[in-house]
Ligand binder design. Sequence first.
Ligand code: HEC
Length: 463
Amino acid sequence: MLRGVLEWLDDRTGVVTGVRHFLDEDIPASSGWHQVFGSIAMFGFLVQAVTGILLALNYAPTAGEAYYSLKYIVMEVTGGRLIRQLHHWGASLMIVIVALHMIQVFIWGGYKKPREATWIVGVVLLLMTLGYGLTGYLLPWDNRAYWGTVVATQIAASAPGAGPYIARLMGVVDGAIGSVTFARFYAIHVLLLPPATMALMLLHVFLVRRHGVAPLPGDEVLPKKKFYPGQVFKDTLAIFVYFAILYTLAVVARVPLERMADPTDTSYIPRPDWYFLFLFQLLKLFPGSLEMIGSIVLPTLAIIALFAAPFIDRSKMVMVRQRGFAMGLVLLAAAAWGSLTYAAVAGTPKSAHSEYDATLVEPWQHLTPKELLKPDAQAPDFAKLAARTYAKSGCTVCHVANGEGGKMGPPLNGIMFRRDRAWLEAHFIEPQKMVPGSTMPPYKFAPPEMAAMLDWLLKLPPD
Ligand code: HEC
């Protein structure tokens, strides 16, 4: 019966013969485990497509709304957090896999004649992978997304000649980003890049098939292998391992959602995703008027060198162990990338913002002082004690907390980003000593009340 169906299908469409032809492809005797990365990258793309579509089903793609819908996804939607974290870590791992794939091809010399075009398409695919990272970074519309993108757009806008035009294309006005930038990045991320990636991936695979997997010297005298079953098994197993790693990361490693993008929060320390950190550090090495070297010149040269690799190295294929120079280059690049990334991580001051995770805020933290005082309020004791002290001391007259109170003093929400515990305590005892000219009266709280007040204040969410 099955055979009959397959024969019918093949007769009408040729799909069975096509698949068989695809699997029966000859591959050189030297092929093996080192060639699994291309297949993993295709699988990784599939994961991003599926999780991306699932996210889009609940995501409101406009600046502002985006933040609340993502919050809804991770807090309310069944499996929402897992989907988001799969998409986030899938993107990171994609960079790793694409890099490993390219390193393998580079060390083996797989880009050589007649496979130059395959390599060039691959470099374009790498740039597109980075493009996903750049545009996707903005989409949560939290502070991290906002400020990270501000820096990225500033770098692009500093390009000599084309800078102002790039800035306009990205909807950047006076260095600030907004709804237009958001719309453009979203459109690139979901409308432009995916079909382009699919087309180029097809072309890439077609070219690999057209020229065959790159043979090494000696392969011509050895019997050829078939793609199926040996290499298919290796690829499949590698994909399983990849997915196991991705799934574990998505379950274990939390991706924070910080507070909503706040363009006035200039104290925020922007941080790009880990794979772009080295660029950040590179910028620091070229201060002032030299900045262009780090931001534009060196990256451009690196991309040109990647494209030109097959034309610079025109020698014949040799055994891998004779590719000492290529290996040296890879090691050098890895060492440069590694040390720049390390320096960036070590050199960035830890900001309170980056530790704030809006999805970790509990409902009681949003209660107004009055609501906290209700007998049936669901809140920890210290918060209730703080609310009693707060009411007794008349703080409401001058301060807003969770939307309630007077405007004589600054709103207290988000105080965690401006002040620390010691400062707050000293400020209560003698406001004028901490803020000269302050009109706030001093308060001498008993130790438990002071502790409760500080605990509660530092838990007032910024949004
Ligand atoms: C008479 C009005 C008034 C009252 C009452 C008052 N404050 Fe203030 N508060 C101010 C003013 C004005 C400032 C800004 C100057 C300063 O930082 O001292 C301020 C500053 C603060 C700050 C620092 C805010 C920041 O962003 O730096 C905190 C925290 C604070 N008040 C908490 C309280 C609490 C808690 C109470 C009640 C125990 C209280 N205040 C009572 C007027 C008041």
